[in-house]
Design a protein around this ligand. Structure first.
Ligand SMILES: [Zn+2]
Length: 415
């Protein structure tokens, strides 16, 4: 791209604001936005004020009291959306942090604090990219928007899902700044289903058990064994992401050092999270419930999982399965233009090509994918400490992400 004076102008303008970006991030961490409880008003003001200083209008969206999304757009249509969440998870025991969790302290090349990596770092870089790009170019082919949402950590109902479903915001492309780390971009995530298995037994006096009565707790133990067997079935993901599923599994194995975990993108995960049963020590338990969490590979859907579970448990009498919540696995084609542009922009700026991957957990990307957008996650961060103590992000990674974002916008929007 040598000799491209428009791009040079954009990048050199960006460089002028790199220190301010780090200062913004540090102050953003100081703005409390813990979820739960999920009061995002202060964080919303913080982002809105910044955009106003750059002459950018924004919409204050608050579908539920305190749960705020700041949505700003330049151009008529929503072609490319930059999306990040302002909310952070609780900080836990303050005494176990080296620096206070909301200090935003900058030490030895890192910004410390809750939300540094997940994801005020990535969101700050997106916000600055949005501001600088629209400042340098007042005309470009397609619409660009920024959504700083406030509800990701508890599922996104009043954040990204509200935008996509209730407001009908359906961008062609969504770039999310969650911490994929700069060497990877995420195109998809496993599905999830929570369901409750209710086991009925027949009460009797404990002194005549096991000759009389039917103990629901004992039956529940067998039910759990049966359900766990489902996690041994191998499923085949679609052809276009099979290789990515293999690579993502290997990456998980490398990161976690657990043998066998590489199968996780071909199999259901399984966790019996809560069990409740029995009424009294000397009574044969008449009832027991077990709540399961299963993450679903890219080969089957929520309904298929429930059918499998019911089939498996049909040999037991008095056992019913009830869905609590769930969504299907989802992905954006690795051949989407946004993925290619991320690769090319990173090669230019960082000198290496990030790899496509799938993730086990959920991001807001699913809300847009399930409503027809191509959504890709690419952002800076340090995985090890996310949701833990001493969360931090490298100053350099935030600046690098910012520069890559500028290049992505340039390529996607043809100013
Ligand atoms: Zn996050």
């Amino acid at each position: 791209m040598k000799g491209d004076s428009k791009l040079d102008k954009l990048l050199s303008k960006g460089r002028e604001y790199e220190e301010e970006l780090i200062d913004f991030l540090s102050r953003f961490i100081q703005v409390k936005s813990v979820n739960p409880p999920g009061d995002m008003r202060e964080a919303g003001e913080f982002v809105k004020d910044f955009l106003e200083k750059w002459g950018l209008e924004s919409q204050w969206i608050e579908p539920k009291e305190g749960v705020v999304t700041i949505y700003s757009r330049v151009g008529d249509e929503d072609y490319l959306m930059l999306n990040g969440h302002m909310d952070v998870v609780p900080e836990g025991d303050h005494n176990r942090w080296t620096y206070p969790p909301y200090s935003g302290k900058v030490v030895d090349g890192y910004v410390y604090g809750r939300g540094a990596s997940d994801m005020k770092g990535g969101l700050s870089a997106l916000i600055f990219a949005y501001a600088v790009f629209t400042n340098v170019f007042d005309k470009f082919e397609k619409g660009l928007s920024l959504a700083a949402v406030g509800d990701e950590e508890v599922g996104g109902r009043y954040g990204s899902l509200y935008l996509a479903k209730d407001m009908g915001v359906k961008p062609r492309y969504v770039l999310l700044g969650e911490p994929s780390t700069l060497g990877y971009y995420n195109i998809g995530e496993k599905g999830i289903v929570w369901y409750r298995v209710k086991v009925l037994g027949e009460p009797a006096h404990a002194s005549v058990s096991p000759y009389a009565g039917d103990n629901a707790i004992v039956k529940a133990a067998k039910v759990i064994d049966e359900v766990y067997k489902l996690a041994e079935i191998d499923f085949e993901p679609p052809e276009d992401i099979k290789e990515i599923a293999i690579q993502s599994g290997m990456k998980a194995r490398e990161l976690m050092g657990i043998e066998g975990i590489e199968k996780i993108f071909f199999r259901l995960s399984c966790n019996a999270g809560i069990i409740k049963g029995g009424v009294k020590t000397n009574v044969v338990a008449p009832e027991c419930t077990i709540d399961f969490d299963m993450r679903i590979p890219h080969a089957i859907k929520v309904d298929d999982v429930l059918t499998l579970v019911r089939e498996r448990l049909s040999k037991f009498e008095g056992v019913t399965v009830e869905e609590m919540t769930g969504h299907d696995p989802n992905y954006t084609s690795p051949n989407t233009e946004l993925a290619k542009v991320i690769e090319e922009s990173a090669v230019e700026e960082l000198g290496f090509k990030p790899k496509p991957s799938l993730v086990m957990g959920a991001t807001d990307g699913r809300h847009f994918r399930l409503h027809g957008s191509d959504a890709v996650v690419y952002g800076p961060g340090e995985w090890e400490r996310i949701h833990g103590f001493d969360e931090r992000i490298a100053v350099d990674d935030v600046k690098k992400a910012f520069r890559v974002y500028l290049r992505i916008l340039y390529r996607m929007l043809n100013p």
